[in-house]
Design a binder for this molecule. Structure first.
Ligand code: LLP
Length: 410
């Protein structure tokens, strides 16, 4: 999003015009930004054999997935439904990594039948898998590296108290099961969390992966998960991807030499690829001055963007209806019957009823975490590609609220 021609635009498309055409609230994605991020990641890891497995959960519209496919990425899927979505848009089974957590063995069997790579995340599952498939189906093992990292407690998943992965301290146990069932372990995986700034964390993860990898003879890849931090605030520092690329690639190449084989290096970014591409456009329904603050109540809320409430996440906001004039401090809140503050104490160009606000960094974990809470409808989604806006999801209608409900005689 940028100011050009006296208006807020993405690829020359006026955002205000989009709200006139498609209404609000509206998610808008800059397709070119997604392609640019994919290319930047490829550049950062250009000296190693990189495979990008886009974290589908961040933004799973089929057109975004297709764009990823066209840009040469694979995908990481965390549910059987995401696996099916990725197959539906044309990913080959071997381009899909399935990283489930606490799912039933039936779901694992379904994924095996679909031919995707399975990332095993607990010991009972590993045992069960061994009994059922032995060496017939290649697998990856998700290790919990016991690294405490990530933007906040809810998105730190690689520490000792986390439910994810198999503890690195249980490596001997893993090896026993692998040996007993002659399991074909082709990959090892770690993911420490989201919003990780420092190259050091990825290097620490690398060391743990390398140590474990020395115990396995037939690896073809190591998967470092996702978690690159993006800038949410003006002045925020993002992960220096070129630095991470350089440092991790150097360590990786050293390890490959020692291992005696050129392994693939996998990453599963979500935010890095799609956070900044997205804005959520909302309308100011009411401007409500109280003795303490001035609220702007908008036609959206935690049902469309839960990140501020769930993680105290910061999202930049702009009044895209006004480029000039005085600024005032506002607290932007939703229309949900909860204290759904989207952004507190923000300076905006003076807001009038009906003005359109753009909530930034809404591409990742925005629509994909949206709900029908308060029986509200989920927004439409638009993607801009080659200077043209495409409606990629219709706004929901009241019928959608009733769609799966069954009226009984009372
Ligand atoms: N790989 C695995 C195994 C993951 O669990 C995740 C995220 C990713 C990759 C992608 O992480 P990313 O690059 O997007 O940081 N809803 C939260 C983030 C939760 C992430 C869960 N797992 C948020 O909005 O901050």
């Amino acid at each position: 999003m940028e100011i050009r021609n006296q208006q807020f635009e993405i690829q020359g498309v006026s955002l205000l015009d989009l709200t006139k055409e498609f209404g609000t609230p509206l998610y808008v994605y800059d397709g070119q930004k997604i392609i640019d991020q994919v290319n930047l990641l490829k550049q950062a890891f250009s000296t190693v054999n990189l495979k990008i497995k886009y974290a589908t959960k961040a933004l799973s519209n089929i057109n975004v997935l297709k764009l990823m496919k066209k840009s040469g990425t694979g995908v990481d899927a965390v549910s059987i439904e995401e696996v099916k979505l990725c197959l539906h848009v044309g990913f080959e089974p071997n381009e899909i990594m399935y990283t489930p957590n606490c799912v039933s063995f039936e779901e694992i069997q379904e994924a095996v039948d679909l031919g995707v790579m399975i990332n095993i995340d607990n010991i009972p599952m590993l045992e069960h898998f061994g009994t059922e498939y032995g060496s017939k189906v290649p697998i990856c093992i998700r290790l919990n590296p016991h690294i405490l990292a990530g933007g906040n407690a809810k998105i730190s998943v690689g520490h000792i108290d986390s439910k994810f992965g198999i503890s690195i301290l249980q490596l001997k146990h893993i090896l026993k099961i692998v040996e007993a069932h002659k399991l074909n372990v082709t990959g090892l995986h770690v993911h420490t969390g989201s919003d990780i700034l420092d190259a050091e964390v990825f290097l620490k993860g690398a060391e743990i992966l390398f140590d474990a990898a020395r115990e396995f003879k037939d690896l073809t890849f190591l998967d470092f998960g996702g978690g690159f931090k993006v800038a949410y605030k003006e002045g925020d520092i993002a992960t220096d991807i070129l630095e991470v690329g350089e440092k991790v690639s150097a360590a990786f190449k050293e390890f490959c030499k020692e291992y005696g084989r050129e392994l693939e290096i996998w990453f599963e970014p979500g935010k890095f690829l799609v956070s900044e591409c997205g804005v959520l456009l909302v309308k100011a329904n009411v401007i409500k001055a109280t003795p303490a603050s001035t609220f702007i109540g908008v036609d959206s809320g935690l049902n469309h963007l839960i990140r501020p409430m769930m993680y105290d996440a910061y999202h930049g906001v702009e009044n895209i209806s006004r480029l000039e004039g005085p600024e005032r401090v506002y607290t932007i809140v939703g229309y949900i019957c909860e204290t759904d503050t989207i952004a507190a104490d923000r300076k905006l160009k003076e807001v009038k009823e009906g003005d359109i606000l753009a909530i930034k960094n809404a591409g990742a974990y925005g629509f994909s975490m949206a709900s029908n809470y308060n029986s509200r409808l989920r927004p439409a989604e638009v993607m801009i590609l080659n200077g043209k806006a495409h409606l990629i999801r219709k706004r929901e209608s009241f019928e959608d609220i009733l769609r799966h409900q069954i009226a009984i005689e009372l």
